[in-house]
Design a binder for this molecule. Sequence first.
Ligand code: PMP
Length: 424
Amino acid sequence: NTLSQRDQAVIWHPFTQMQTAPAPIPVVRGEGSVLYLEDGREMLDMISSWWVNLHGHSHPYIADRVAAQLRTLEHTIFADFTHEPAVQLAERLLPILPTNQRRIFYSDNGSTAVEVALKMAFQYWHNIGQPRLKVVAFEDAYHGDTFGAMAVGGRSAFTAPFAPFLFNVTYLPVPVPGREAEVLELAQTLFTDEVAAFIVEPLVQGAGGMNMYEPAALNELFALARTHGTLLIADEVMTGFGRTGKLFASHYLTEQPDLMCLSKGITGGTMALGVTTCTAAIYDAFLSTDKMKTLFHGHSFTANPIACAAALASMDLLLDEDRLADIQRIITRHTAFADRLRQSPVVGNIRQRGTLLAFDLITNGQTSYFNNIRDVAYQFLLEKGVLMRPLGNVLYFMPPYCTTNTQLQVAYDAVLALLTKLED
Ligand code: PMP
């Protein structure tokens, strides 16, 4: 039996449980931006797997650091104990975050980073004796798959079976270019002194379809929410660590968030790790002799030393001058390719923020998230040896920073071939 068949007999995969889903593709090795498949083929990873592998796959520098940590201290309880990798990582993260961020709380992944931010926000209001129960989020938002994260997710189709169990959230349309004034007007009525938190994916909504909007629009919404004391949560799980051309999307803003959620690229894609950061004011609301004011949240693997070591290694690579040059190089290539895309009648709404380039595929003159063009595009590109997993009818590039110009060109050419096919 092939690996694929053995898999199909015993495993339940995320998001693919449809009878028409293709057999899973066995991957045996990864190096740089390439995944090597069991059947000998190579696959260019143009989405950094699930948006995590900043430095490509199996980077030797990260591998060495992880191996060394594994032999020194692989894990320890993090309640009442600490260790060098956790402290060092916090010390390195805080200076590169918005200046008001003062504390690092560790968890396991993006969803838990969001859960922790929401729990901190709700309990902040509880602890200071002014409970607030309302949350505002964006339509089409995606913040993860745990219950709190689902509650603030803006695509109800994905969470319908769980709807009765999700807390109440009010949604604002995304202030995409042209809709800013309308959204701001609606926000004037939605934001009140009862809103505990406003959670956003700053500047780029990822899973919702790579919807992009301008810093000015978010600044205005943040400023408005803040007049009501509402806590601002920036979910930078996807946008963090250089994706948008700055280290964090929040650095494009003049209004600073109160809480931030980080994960995905933090370890360069080697290990699962989540981080929630907050201001001194939030942390201080939990400092008390009253035990009931503590944050009741802790995972078995909180601040796992191997994950922290991987993150430290990934940061060494990321903060290197050469990496910043790589990011600029990818941005420039993307911008040039966007011009080429503009010539295609089956492409619409081309948008770019840093190393993220996205566009809609148009079928029958229409652009619709839910249509079968997704599967056609996905399969076509896989056959060309390019991994780009479309979001509905949205195709996007989110390459590892080590992707060479030649590799980028291979992916661009595959997309152009797809467009030619769709134009016929
Ligand atoms: N927030 C955002 C913005 C995300 O893109 C994701 C993952 N796609 C998550 C949260 C959830 O992260 P994880 O899958 O690691 O739980």
